[in-house]
Design a protein around this ligand. Sequence first.
Ligand code: WT7
Length: 647
Amino acid sequence: MSETRSFPPSSEFAAHANATESLYAEAATDPDAWWMRQALDRLTWDVAPTTALAWKAPFATWFADGRLNASVNCVDRHVAHGRGDRVAFHWVGEPEGDVIDITYADLLRRVSRAANALSDLGVRAGDRVAIYMPMIPEAVVAMLACARLGAAHSVVFGGFSADALADRILDADCRFVITADGGFRRGAVAPLKPAVDEALERCPAVSRVLVVRRTGQDVSWVNGRDVWWHDVVDAASDIHVPESFPAEQPLYLMYTSGTTARPKGILHTTGGYLTHAATTYYYVFDIKPESDVCWTSADIGWVTGHSYIVYGPLANGVTQVLYEGTPDAGGRDRWWRIIEQFAVTVLYTAPTAIRTLMKWGEALPAAHNLSSLRLLGSVGEPINPEAWMWYREHIGGNRCPIVDTWWQTETGGIMITPLPGVTATKPGAAMRPFPGIGVDVVDNEGNSVGNGEGGYLVLTRPWPGMTRGIYGDPERFNDTYWSRFPGRYFAGDGAKRDSDGDLWLLGRVDDVMNISGHRLSTTEVEHALVGHPAVAEAAVVGASDDTTGQAIVAFVTLKLSADEAMTDQSALVSELRQHVATVISPIAKPRQIILTPDLPKTRSGKIMRRLLRDVAEHRQLGDVTTLTDPTVVAMIDGLMSTHINDD
Ligand code: WT7
C-alpha cells in the first residue's frame, strides 16, 4: 500500500466547503455538546432535547427527552419552508425513458396518503413492518410512512430468498408486509410477490400485505390479506397530521450477517440516528441543497440506502437520483448517461461497482459530459488504490475529492472519512475519524498501536447513530461487540495507522465475508450447504477476487451414499450452488465449490479455515503441523486447481 501519494484539498473546493478544520477541535473539546448542537441545528424537534448521551455500557441513549417525527424532518418541514417545488427524487426506472420527478410537495402527499392507508390497515406506533421492494419511489414512501406512524420498518433486500425473508419477518414479529409484484432487473422481470407468498406460509401472524403494481405480471392473491397499493393508498387522503415520538422510538431494523448462521436484527432509533445521518451527510458530502443533485447508487435494502438515500439526504432537503436497475441495463454507459442527463454533482458508490465500470473501459465515461460532478464517495469495502485512482481520473476528472467512508450497519452512519476541502486524501485510506467520533487501533491486548502499525479497529466512545442493540438479543449484542475489548466497540475490522497517523481499513478479521460490498457470514453459507441432503460437511471461506473484493469458495464433503451415487460431479456442484441461492440469495452463491473427501481439522476438531483460505487464494501453505492429517490440505490443493465452476 502506497502512502506516498497524497492529494491535498484544492483551494477552490476549500473556499466553499461546509467543513472546516476547526470542526475537529470543537468536537474533541466536548463531543456530547458538539453532537447536541448538530441535533438542534440540523433537525426540527417538537420538544427540543436537553440531554445528549446517557451511557450505561453497552447501552446508550441520545437526546432521550426530545420528541420529533422523522418523516416531518425529511419531508414536511422543507415544504413548510417554501421548498415544496424542489425535486426530491429524479426517479429513473430500468426501462429506458421511465422517469418520474417527485418534488418535496409530491413526496409529502405520497407519504401522507401511505400513512393514512397503513393506519387504516391497522399499523400502529411500535409495530414492525417488513418492506420487500424494488428500487421504486413507493419503497421510500413506505419507509417514511412507517416512520411517520412511529412503526419500525424492516427492509429486506429484494434479492433475498423467501426463506431469508421469512426468517426476518419471524424474528421481528412483523404483522405487515409491503411489497410489489416484481421489479425490473437487467431487462427482465424479477418477481417478488411469489417469494412473499411462500415466506408467509411460515408467518401466520402477518395479517396484511400491501402490493405495489410495478411490472404488471400475474400474481396470486389471498383475499382478506392482500391489498393493492393503488386501491388503498391512491384513494387515501393526502393530509396526514403527524404525531411526535420520543427520540428513542425505534425507527428501523436492518438485518445483517454476523459470525453465526442467524442474521442479527440491528435496531436503530430516531433522534440520534437522524442526527448522525444528517450531520455526516452534510459535512462528508459537502451538501448544498439548493444546487446539488446527489446519487447514492445503493439499494434501499441495505443500510447505505437507509442513511444516504432516505434519512440523511432527505433531512438535508437535497435533490437526488434514484435508479432502479443495474449499471449495464440498456448499455454499459447507463450510469454516465444518467449523470449527464441530471447533471449529478455528488456520486456515492462501492468499490465493486467502480472495478466493474473500470473493466468496461474508460471510453464509456469519456464519451459523456461528467463535468457536473464535484465530489465522489466510496463505501462498503476497502478500495484498492488502482480503483481509487481510476475513479479520480476517469470519473472525477482529477478535480473531485474522493471520500472513502468507513462505517457499518451497526454504526448507522459514517465514522471514518476525510472531510472534503479539509483533509488530504490518499488512494485507499479512509483517513480520519469524523468529528465527535472516537477511534483507536489496538493490539491483541487492547493497547493502542503506534504509527506505521496495524491492529483491530475499535470505537472508543458512543456515537448518536450507534445501534441500540440486536433485536430481542441483548446478550448477543454485548458478546459480539463489547466483550473482546471491554468498554470499547469491536468492529470486526483490521486497520492500520500509517506513518502520518492516517487510517487504512484492512478488511474483516472475523468469519464475515464481504462479497461485492454485501456482508455474509461463512457459517451462514455453510449452514445452507449442510442443509442439502447430499452434504456431510462444508467449510466456506472468502477468497480475494479482483472484481467483487472477496468471493465465496466452499469445500464440501459428501455423505457416503451421495458419494457413491454421484455420477456427475459438475451437476451436483451446480445444484449445490443453486441450493445456496435458493436458501439465502443469489449473492451468496459460491464462486467455486470443491468436493473433497476430507477437510483439514485441528486435533480438537476445528476446521482450519485459514488454511483453506490459503488454498483458495493459491498461497504458499504455512504450518500444517497442528492438523490431524496434514496430507488432506495437499489433496485439497490438488483438487482446487481442477475445479473451477465459476459462471
Ligand atoms: C463492513 C460493514 C457501510 C455501509 C455498507 C456496508 C466494510 C464498509 C468500508 C470502507 C473498508 C469497509 C467493513 C465493515 N466496510 N466500508 N470504506 N473501507 N471496509 O455495511 O454491510 O454493515 O458492512 O463493510 O468490513 O465492517 P455492512
